[in-house]
Design a protein around this ligand. Structure first.
Ligand SMILES: Cc1cc2nc3c(=O)[nH]c(=O)nc-3n(C[C@H](O)[C@H](O)[C@H](O)COP(=O)(O)OP(=O)(O)OC[C@H]3O[C@@H](n4cnc5c(N)ncnc54)[C@H](O)[C@@H]3O)c2cc1C
Length: 388
């Protein structure tokens, strides 16, 4: 990652220590350093190399179809809380695109969720009503209106949900741009600095890393799928797991799909990046390599994801696949885990699912809490207290 993340000696102490140099930890450092707060970020690998560097850069606001079908009242409530985050999170990306001095390729042209049969049409109609009630702008479009805005869709697409705030960002340039901006405000980043243990002090923590120890007044756990282990070091148990996901990318072709495209029943997210490549994904499973445990691509996911993409956008039939990869996403109960921990006043969570879209916004909510300010929205639904 070309950000000049400090290779030097870990300082003896800092006000805030952020564990995890993905989009969440890096944005948090940016928000804090801007306000003059002393902040150090450590990552066990390089910055932006885990989920934040492996993700598809879709800016999601509408509920995924699998989530929209969940009926367990607890999950329904969680999903509603997630919908409320989407619009402010994408607006914040639009602001960042104006503020940062790099083109981070934020494009908001709207997202379509395609339905091909009557049952799926009913599902997206109910979903639009629910999302509108939660403050998300979305509508149903069909017939000529759908063909006019999306002539690239197959004839199978009968009707679609259109959500105008959805879009895309390029994670490979966006996180480094945020890191550079944070560094300019004094934030310090240490790569290859794995946290090994935490000792609770009367006024914070002593964090032991592979590159020495550092004391901090406040510690923020932004370690993504590693967040369960980091919490356990402080004696806090949370049900964090990892979810291995597969991605495909095609060669660059002339632009003809401006939208983020999803399917109402099957796994699919499809969009065309600024340079013309198509990014194809949608939650297809990958696996850990049996020898290394690292994310490893899956041939069945590759084939099914390509098949699905061609069903929805037939012109992709003649476009060549150039690369596949896999990454580990954080798996929680569907909602971000944010803010302080009762009984552990110096320990804060910043763990975010659908985290590239929501990362900078959720980090801002946590940063506000750390600075003693009221966040722009109530973060109590995202607190660790929901786990009892
Ligand atoms: C293939 C794939 C596609 C995705 N597509 C999208 C998408 O299109 N849109 C979207 O919004 N989201 C998407 N996601 C989800 C999104 O990428 C993640 O939710 C988001 O990047 C999480 O950011 P993070 O900073 O919390 O975690 P990460 O990027 O995982 O960062 C956590 C960091 O913590 C570090 N760490 C862990 N343990 C320790 C330790 N003990 N000491 C020091 N450092 C530690 C890790 O090395 C890592 O760098 C996708 C995820 C994957 C895997």
């Amino acid at each position: 990652m070309p950000t000049g993340a400090a290779p030097g000696r870990l300082p003896n102490s800092t006000d805030v220590l952020v564990v995890g140099g993905g989009i969440v930890g890096c944005s948090l450092a940016y928000w804090l350093a801007q306000e003059g707060i002393e902040v150090v970020v450590i990552d066990r690998f390089d910055l932006n190399t885990q989920a934040s560097g492996a993700n598809a850069g879709s800016l999601h606001a509408q509920l995924q179809s699998s989530r929209a079908r969940q009926t367990d009242p607890k999950m329904v409530e969680s999903n509603n809380h997630v919908v409320k985050l989407g619009t402010p999170a994408i607006r914040l990306w639009q602001q960042l695109a104006k503020t940062l001095d790099t083109d981070i390729e934020v494009v908001v042209e709207g997202g379509l969720m395609i339905a091909e049969n009557d049952e799926d049409r009913k599902m997206i109609e109910a979903k639009v009503k629910r999302e509108n009630a939660l403050g998300l702008e979305a509508e149903i479009i069909s017939g000529n209106a759908l063909r006019t805005i999306a002539p690239y869709l197959s004839d199978q697409a009968l009707v679609a949900e259109f959500c105008p705030i959805e879009g895309r960002v390029n994670p490979i340039v966006a996180t480094p741009a945020i890191v550079l901006a944070a560094q300019r405000h004094g934030a310090r980043f240490f790569r290859h600095t794995e946290l090994l243990s935490l000792e609770k002090l009367s006024d914070g923590y002593e964090a032991k890393t592979v590159r020495g120890s550092i004391r901090c007044k406040r510690l923020v756990n932004a370690a993504g799928p590693g967040g369960g282990k980091v919490a356990a070091m402080a004696g806090i148990n949370v049900p964090v797991a990892g979810d291995f996901l597969h991605m495909n990318v095609t060669e660059a072709v002339e632009h003809f799909v401006p939208h983020l495209v999803q399917h109402a029943r099957r796994k699919l997210t499809l969009k065309q990046a600024s340079n013309g490549n198509f990014l194809l994904g949608g939650g297809w499973p990958a696996g850990p390599d049996p020898k290394t445990g690292l994310p490893s691509v899956n041939r069945a996911s590759l084939e099914q994801n390509l098949w699905m993409s061609i069903q929805v956008v037939p012109a992709l039939r003649n476009t060549r696949l150039i690369r596949t990869w896999a990454g580990i996403n954080i798996s929680l109960d569907g909602m971000p885990l944010l803010g302080p921990v009762p009984g552990h006043p110096n320990f804060h969570f910043a763990l975010v699912v659908t985290g590239y879209t929501l990362g900078p916004f959720c980090a801002q909510l946590v940063a506000d809490k750390l600075m003693g300010r009221a966040p722009v929205m109530d973060i109590s639904p995202y607190s660790v207290e929901r786990f009892g």
